[in-house]
Ligand binder design. Structure first.
Ligand code: ADP
Length: 641
């Protein structure tokens, strides 16, 4: 043995006390308070961990059978010690090394912890909802425990290399080296006085049935005295209390909805039922099974751009291979959860190999198609679809840009708010829109803005409202980006009402010349342009305003002004766009402007007209105080005159 490892050994055998990271403590505390009404989920979480540990060992043993050390019958055991109030969960899975215990159990390993904590509001009810989305895992055991002892030995390690970790879930844990005869992990839970119900055989068994019936690993409990005649003579007798058949391998007709729901909770660590699922077996040149779920709410980190994504587990002939969400799901479907089990992939497939595997490419396309079909099937139920859309709509929109090959499938799933609706609900599909198009209309009109109110109140909508032409109102951040790539649907072009020219002559029957009135005369427009200088590219008469005096318009290919502001605030370089100022010739303010002969007053009126256009668009004035002074001057003049 080398000197360094001998030195490490001496320190490792001593018991060491560590403080939890500050974040871990915060999560722990919050969780214990918030999840109390759901306290039994700790059992599901621990069983999930144990079953994952067995899955991982099975996978590693494919390459190195010696890891089984003669014990290849993977199992989870639940035992109680009523005298001491201790509940024990044991698995003979992969186990953990000392470093892994420190890494996994002493800290919250997830990279999103900080982001999660930042979202906490301090409001208990809202936060407890959040923590459910966060996925609490091992820590949930402290809801019911006074003290937790975890003893683990990594597969392949020596008996003397086992580790004992103890904590009361307060601020600290201790860790020391111990002996353990077998590989795997044992969690000994000293239950709080009020939680002794978890010693009841009946209670435990019903929880296992409820939450963990269809995980693929047998969960065993001791037979109760009197169950079998030999029970006492032969000491402990074990019986399997769950179905222990991987759910997705069963024929659909044999699986109850409740079983799907609890299986979903097992794979997703979600508290809530899924919104929908689809379970399919494909037989042919390639055979595989997919079981896909759409959650009922967004997880806290849905919008984070993380490279590591989880939630879709890849199995090969029922052996868990890895979480392959990244390989099997495009980014815009990152909310999908579930299982894919292939009959044909090689068992020793690595992450790198997966990247290039042709079979996997085919499975991936099938997963994408099935996921989109699943979402489409939700649309039959307006309420469910609204729930889906509220949670995942903005994410799905990314698919319009990301996945050209499925655009035709994604587009019908989109929903928008509309000028035909009173409220802000996004419930109008493109098909709805097209079915309501006016005679002669061949364009889908939309506007993007910072908020729904800003969109709905845009002066650019006025002419459309007047003629009853529907405009889709878009106010998700992603919309402007999406529309930059989404030029037509079903042969109908998209057109932003805040960009370029509007010519509604084909719909309204008015000829373009009629609606584009030629007053004020071009010299007035030039004077306004001069007064405003560099700020506007052009001043012209508007064909879109009926009520407002003025509005700003950019060109078809330019980025919407609200989006430019957003990017600028985020510190990004944005090419400068000078909008055109459009004036409404029939508006009294514009008429007054046209008639104004005094040069100074003309300039002030020009500033007013421009300022109004900026404000209506949601922009910021360069000189707000000057604008207010300016208005007051005219109001005052109006009063006294
Ligand atoms: P999660 O399971 O969501 O990752 P947990 O807090 O439940 O979060 O567990 C953290 C990590 O600790 C697991 O990812 C796993 O690596 C490890 N772990 C937990 N329980 C066991 C176990 N019984 N056997 C082996 N490793 C475990």
């Amino acid at each position: 043995m080398s000197e360094t490892s001998a030195a490490e050994n001496t320190t490792n055998t001593q018991s060491q006390t560590h403080a939890f990271q500050a974040e871990t403590r915060q999560v722990l505390r919050l969780m214990i308070h918030s999840l109390y009404s759901n306290k039994e989920i700790f059992l599901r979480e621990l069983i999930s961990n144990a079953s994952d540990a067995c899955d991982r060992l099975r996978f590693q043993a494919l390459k190195d059978e010696s890891l089984y050390q003669g014990d290849s019958e993977l199992k989870i055991e639940i035992e109680t010690d009523e005298d001491n109030g201790v509940l024990v969960l044991r698995d003979n899975g992969i186990g953990m090394s000392r470093d892994e215990v420190l890494e996994n159990i002493g800290t919250i390993a997830r990279s999103g912890t900080r982001a999660f904590l930042e979202q906490l509001s301090g409001d208990e009810a809202a936060d407890s909802n959040l923590i459910g989305q966060f996925g609490v895992g091992f820590y949930s055991v402290f809801i019911v425990a006074d003290e937790v002892e975890l003893i683990t030995r990594k597969a392949g390690a020596r008996a003397s290399e086992a580790v004992r970790w103890v904590s009361d879930g307060g601020g600290e844990f201790t860790i020391e080296a111990v002996e353990r005869g077998a590989r795997g992990t044992e969690v000994r839970i000293k239950l709080k006085e009020a939680e002794k119900e978890f010693l009841s055989r009946w209670r435990l068994e019903s929880l296992v049935n409820q939450y963990s019936d269809h995980i693929g690993i047998p969960i065993r409990m001791q037979k109760q005295a009197g169950d079998g005649e030999d029970a006492e003579k032969e000491g402990a007798q074990w019986e399997t209390v769950n179905q222990a058949s991987a759910l997705w391998t069963l024929p659909k007709s044999e699986v109850e909805d409740d079983a799907y729901k609890s299986f979903y909770k097992h794979v997703s660590h979600d508290f809530e039922d899924p919104l929908a699922w689809t379970h399919n077996r494909v037989e042919g040149t390639q055979s595989y099974t997919t079981l896909l779920f759409v959650p009922s709410h967004a997880p806290y980190d849905l919008q984070l751009q993380r490279d590591e994504r989880t939630g879709l587990r890849l199995y090969v002939r029922r052996v868990f291979i890895m979480d392959a969400a990244q390989q099997l799901l495009p980014h815009y479907l990152r909310f999908v959860r579930g299982v894919v089990d292939s009959d044909d992939l090689p068992l020793n497939v690595s992450r790198e190999l997966l990247q290039e595997n042709e079979l996997l490419g085919k499975i991936r396309s099938a997963v994408v198609r099935r996921s989109l079909d699943l979402v489409a099937s939700l649309a039959d139920d307006a309420e469910k679809y609204a729930q889906f859309w509220g949670a995942f709509g903005p994410v799905l929109k990314e698919g319009i840009v990301e996945d050209m090959s499925n655009r035709e499938r994604i587009a019908p799933l989109l929903r928008f708010a509309s000028s035909h609706n009173e409220g802000r609900e996004q419930n109008v599909s493109l098909a709805d829109y097209i079915s309501r198009m006016k005679d002669g209309q061949d364009t889908i009109y939309y506007i993007t803005a910072e908020s729904h109110r800003a969109a709905a109140g845009s002066p650019q909508l006025e002419i459309f409202r007047r003629h009853g032409i529907e405009v889709l109102l878009m106010s998700d951040r992603i919309d402007e980006w999406m529309m930059g790539y989404f030029h037509e649907h079903e042969g109908k072009k998209f057109q932003s009402v805040a960009k370029g020219d509007v010519d509604l002559a084909a719909i309204t029957g008015d000829s373009a010349e009629d609606s584009a009135q030629d007053s004020p005369a071009s010299e007035v427009l030039e004077r306004v342009q001069k007064a405003l200088g560099e700020r506007v590219k052009e001043v012209r008469n508007s064909r879109r305003l009926t009520d407002s005096a003025s509005c700003l318009v950019i060109e078809d290919q330019q980025m919407a002004l609200h989006m430019q502001r957003l990017l600028e605030q985020a510190g990004q370089e944005v090419p400068e766009v000078r909008p055109a100022l459009e004036l409404n010739p029939s508006h009294p303010l514009v008429q007054r402007l046209a008639a104004e002969e005094d040069e100074a007053a003309f300039e002030k009126l020009s500033q007013l007209v421009y300022g109004q256009a900026v404000l209506a668009e949601g922009g910021q004035l360069e000189d707000p105080a000057g604008f207010v002074r300016n208005i007051n001057e005219f109001l005052f003049a109006a009063k006294t005159s």
